[in-house]
Write a protein that binds this ligand. Structure first.
Ligand SMILES: [Zn+2]
Length: 466
């Protein structure tokens, strides 16, 4: 057979000049052990990334056309979707903006590529950061924010929106709509039971996801049935586990007892059958629970534990650290009886958490880091929360899922986040050791990929040292 000149040239291009349709892309994370949070399986493979999106996952031979400009060798590493901290706060007034901005570095340095901001008084700054990060003009985790919280008149937290009736609820939601918030956060310092339920109802009607505390003047069942998307902390689920919930609710509503007195009554009337019913209700309504075990423990032991040598203290200004004093004073000055009951509540909540998990209720890992929340540092505290979840009885896989996988589902972002798959945003964390064997390995970070931005050891160090 005679090879014509034309055929010779074509063969030359085919064999010696790559394939004619070779596509240049940004990055391949090569040969890592990929952890699939969907089912806990691990596969060995490459992740091809371009423009902040995963183009393909698998063996090199499946992608002969992709020609990465950069390769990150992950051969003895474990790769999983970037962590989500599902409960953080940017707050503390304009004087603490710099401290709050520092959070962003600390999150990324700890592998946290997304945060859910559960409301505060720095909405303007947070919204600016959110936009800049989305537009890639600033480096930081993706922020999903509630903006200002909804509460009653004269609320505890600065910047909250005060509502007492239908008109004010509508006005508050209009203003949150103007801010293009990602979900609605409710707080319980002064809000009436009527206004609280109205806010959930109206927010849900407008298509918002809601999460919140809950006044003890509302029954937990009613809040869930009205559409509360997630219940923050375990105080409110715990209320739903009492055999005397309605009586206690009525007493609080009538102003005859307050929150702490009610809590004592709830402790005496915890009931397995009521608990089972509440867990079933949560599952039926797909309501998430944010246990925040690490902060519960830390605050319960503020009177005993010395945090003076915590290594994260150095990242914050004296003015920021001063906000910690409010809770410290309250803990130190509490009666001996109160100190004891806080500590017993801490262990009761851990066992409640384990029951929630066994019952199949969806949990979200959130640290509650922010000004005023003493010694709950941004970044590292999410890892402490996952460790606390494991201590309470979750498997490491379940704990990891409560961060990234469930976080994405709760905010209806599972199309973009939560697993290593083609088409998802390339937010990845690359670990030196397997977190499924020991959850503490989640802290042993080799590299972080935030969209297009690859952060290796010295970049991560720089985020911590700036
Ligand atoms: Zn909080």
């Amino acid at each position: 057979m005679r090879i014509t000149f034309f055929k010779y040239i074509s063969l030359f291009f085919l064999f010696f000049h790559c394939t004619p349709n070779s596509i240049e892309i940004d990055l391949v994370v090569a040969n890592g052990s990929l952890i699939h949070l969907e089912d806990g399986s691990i596969s060995k493979g490459n992740i091809y990334v371009n423009n902040g999106v995963i183009l393909g996952v698998g063996e090199a031979k499946e992608f002969p056309n992709l020609n990465p400009r950069k390769e990150l060798d992950a051969s003895d590493k474990y790769v999983l979707p970037g962590f989500w901290d599902n409960h953080v706060h940017f707050r503390g007034g304009i004087g603490l903006v710099k401290d709050n901005k520092k959070f962003l570095d600390l999150f990324l340095a700890n592998g946290i590529t997304t945060v859910r901001d559960a409301g505060g008084d720095l909405a303007t700054e947070v919204l600016t950061w959110r936009t800049a990060i989305n537009n890639k003009t600033m480096l930081g985790p993706t922020i999903f924010t509630a903006g200002p919280k909804i509460d009653g008149p004269n609320p505890t937290w600065e910047g909250s929106l005060e509502v007492t009736n239908e008109m004010e609820v509508a006005k508050a939601l209009d203003s949150l709509g103007g801010l293009q918030i990602d979900f609605v956060k409710l707080y319980d310092s002064k809000i009436s039971s009527e206004a609280y339920l109205l806010a959930i109802k109206e927010a849900t009607k407008r298509g918002y996801i809601t999460s919140g505390h809950m006044p003890y003047s509302v029954s937990f069942q009613e809040a869930v049935k009205t559409g509360l998307g997630a219940t923050e902390h375990l105080y409110y689920v715990f209320k739903g586990c009492s055999s005397k919930e309605q009586e206690i609710t009525d007493l609080v509503d009538a102003g005859e007892i307050g929150f702490w007195e009610a809590l004592q009554e709830l402790l005496k009337s915890y009931d397995e059958e009521s608990a089972e019913r509440t867990f079933e209700l949560l599952k039926k309504h797909q309501t998430f629970v944010v246990p925040t075990l690490h902060i519960m423990h830390t605050l319960s032991y503020l009177d005993e534990e010395d945090h003076a040598s915590d290594k994260y203290l150095k990242y914050f200004s004296p003015a920021f650290i001063k906000t910690y004093q409010r809770r410290i004073n309250a803990a130190v000055n509490a009666s001996e009886e109160n100190k004891k009951s806080r500590k017993s509540l801490d262990s009761i909540f851990r066992s409640l958490n384990s029951k929630l998990d066994h019952a199949g209720v969806s949990l979200l890992a959130g640290s509650d880091c922010g000004a005023y929340n003493s010694y709950i540092y941004p970044g590292i505290s999410l890892h402490k929360e996952m460790a606390a979840l494991v201590q309470s009885g979750l498997s490491p896989l379940q704990a990891l899922r409560t961060s990234t996988f469930n976080g994405a589902i709760f905010l209806k972002k599972e199309g973009d986040y939560g697993s290593i798959a083609k088409g998802k945003i390339s937010d990845l964390v690359i670990l030196n050791a397997n977190p499924l064997e020991n959850i503490e390995n989640s802290e042993d970070i080799y590299a972080v990929l935030k969209g297009e931005q690859l952060l290796q050891k010295q970049d991560l160090q720089k985020l911590l040292s700036n």
